[in-house]
Design a protein. Structure first.
Lengths: 248, 248
DNA sequence: GATCCACTTTGATCTGCATCATAGCAGCCC
DNA sequence: GGGCTGCTATGATGCAGATCAAAGTGGATC
């Protein structure tokens, strides 16, 4: 795959630390040319595992198209999703040898990759990449801690409403539809994946989605297509005081 | 307070990004002298709030002595602790104006502080501080995600066992007692604070601690002093496959 | 020692979600 | 069409942990 591939949307690299020549406003020099020569693309089919927890991980990457999940698993099979990677999200740990959790493609997935060693060397020479990476990691940490509140203290209904709000708003942000129009989006996850994300069972997820639909908080077309007529109502159901943008 | 204060233990700054002259093996130059001139100490009494969520935060800091907690709160009062700061832990967000959660001293607390602006400038000039900060933030992110697994999928008993293991091992690491001796430590949290950390109620915490004591997994002297006769047994109760060091 | 207060323990009961079970539904292949 | 397969919905039941209530504990203060 290359930049001419129709699936590649340079917009998607806008918020990743690896800004592509086409979209980086901050730097115009040789460092970006260097980045361009370093990058390569990898594709995965829906359901494929990108990397297993504990495996050696010698690259860093950002999602170009598709959805990936980060999950942790206990010996007995209990699973908890700990992160959701949408287009433009970054994955990888400069300075770390092995992956801390499973990374799985839930849809067909294309990632823009860089080998870790040269990337790290480039970071040293190009301070703003490191700074951007710190910023993004702090954002992820905030999101993770927001999620801890959800997992520890929210009810099943609040969890579902929160998930809808986050996915819907992320989706709207990606399309640059910042307006007040009702959110319309497709759920990128199965009921089971949502359950793993929310610390619930798939049956409870299904029941609560039905309940929110019955109560008019969301509208459903098919299993995946969602319309939110009133975002404030949804946020109220989610128990969110912040109307700020939870970045996942 | 200054370096001569008996409460100050330079060892405690060993893992913080702000390495003090006394303990930093990596740099011997002027940059550390600069750090020394920038730092100042702040003390808080047990129960005092260091900073409220949303408040302007114009400093970064590391814990010298005592314990602080990071908590998030919903409008209706439900609380979730999202982090625990022990001596040597770092708090603050270079590049961020406001605090993302409440920081509270649960014991008497001394922090070693740096004003944010000069600290950020120093980071630019001194790359290894920024790198160290990225490393630490990635560690925190891993710990947060480990905690997500706990909050989402572990039983009350497993949660308590996990907490004991983490606090006990952190405590042992601080004292540099790396041996196989049984863990002995004091719980730095009330039952209620543990409940807020684990996403439980204080009654459940109390019951599960009693149950672990009855089953010989831990021994208690008073309410706070804990002895773990068999760490492997505790880890098994915690449902941990990793025997790696969960950093909180 | 007596009183107080914050914290903890334990018991009784309730409930939200898990678990178990079954059926509906859409896409796909033959 | 018919049958298969993966996903979803919904009903019946059970249980872990929440909630409500009361009593125990130990340190501080007078």
């Amino acid at each position: 795959m290359d930049l001419n591939d129709t699936r590649f949307n340079p917009q998607n690299c806008g918020s990743c630390p690896i800004r592509h020549r086409a979209v980086c406003a901050r730097c115009d020099g040789d460092e970006l040319d260097l980045l361009e020569t370093m990058k390569f693309y990898r594709s995965f089919e829906a359901g494929q595992t990108v990397i297993w927890s504990g495996d050696r991980m010698d690259f860093v990457a950002s999602v170009v198209t598709g959805i990936a999940t980060l999950t942790q698993t206990m010996e007995d099979g209990r699973r908890q999703m700990v992160g959701l990677l949408l287009p433009s999200d970054f994955v990888g740990r400069p300075g770390r040898d092995s992956a801390p959790y499973d990374v799985t493609a839930t849809t067909d997935l294309v990632m823009c990759c860089f080998r870790r060693k040269p990337f790290e060397e480039m970071m040293v020479r190009t301070p703003h990449v490191g700074q951007r990476l710190l910023e993004m990691t702090l954002d992820e940490l905030d999101a993770a801690r927001e999620w801890m509140l959800l997992l520890g203290r929210k009810t099943a209904r609040e969890k579902i409403a929160s998930l809808m709000a986050i996915i819907g708003r992320r989706d709207a942000a990606l399309r640059l539809k910042g307006g007040k129009a009702p959110l319309v989006f497709d759920l990128p996850l199965t009921r089971e994946a949502m359950a793993d994300y929310l610390g619930l069972t798939l049956e409870t997820v299904s029941r609560q989605i039905s309940a929110l639909r019955r109560d008019g908080v969301i509208e459903l077309e098919g299993k995946r297509h969602v319309l939110v007529p009133d975002l404030d109502r949804l946020l109220e159901e989610a128990g969110d005081d912040t109307d700020g943008g939870l970045v996942v």
